[in-house]
Design a binder for this molecule. Sequence first.
Ligand code: ADP
Ligand code: MG
Length: 226
Amino acid sequence: MGKVVVDIKKLSKRYDQTTVALNSMNLKIYSGEWTVIMGPSGSGKTTLLNIISCLDRPTSGRIKVMGMDLTKLNNKQLTLFRRNSLGMIFQQYHLIPYLTASQNVQVAQYFHGQVDKAGTVQALHDVGLEHRSGHIPAKLSGGEQQRVAIARALINEPDIILADEPTGNLDSSTGDKIMNIFRKLHDKGQTIIFVTHDERLAAWGDRIVRLVDGKVVSDVRNKQGG
Ligand SMILES: Nc1ncnc2c1ncn2[C@@H]1O[C@H](COP(=O)(O)OP(=O)(O)O)[C@@H](O)[C@H]1O
Ligand SMILES: [Mg+2]
């Protein structure tokens, strides 16, 4: 087991008086592991991912990612941390429609005036899309768009990849192609936190953490996984 990369203690998130999305959750995630977070709709999966990826802040409790206490960072520090350490992939690919695949991969770098052309070619190659680098999203299939989104998440060589239902919009054979990309990343030692409500995907990871009502209700290691 690798070192702890996400350390969550008594973490709670309330959106209002009645909505408790995370309820005093405890969870540790380890380097190099493929952790699958499962649970029914509304169980707090997206909220958890958003807090790990600094898109949202907890109401109470503690969260450390890569040893850094996220509740103590200001917005500028959070932005830097997110860019350098995390790669995020969503169900809706969130590509910019008028940019090519290459430009979409480089999008986080554009703002800093430092575009890594070789890194872009490598990232698109890693997802099997180098031949599509000049296409805009409208000319790509859903699965290809998601592969561009994965390449974009990889470009800054993040410590952790976070994915929220990344195959949710795809048919199962296209979804399997995406899962095989995650498997390859995992084989190279990438830490992956993968959220899904799809039971068929549970077997791909090393470990399955199940949430109900914002709490961890089961946490098992997968013998065949990884
Ligand atoms: N921005 C928000 N405002 C108010 N309630 C929210 C918001 N986001 C999520 N919730 C509520 O928090 C709970 C957990 O939601 P979510 O984390 O999206 O669950 P999941 O991803 O497992 O479906 C749900 O009850 C949901 O309605
Ligand atoms: Mg969700």
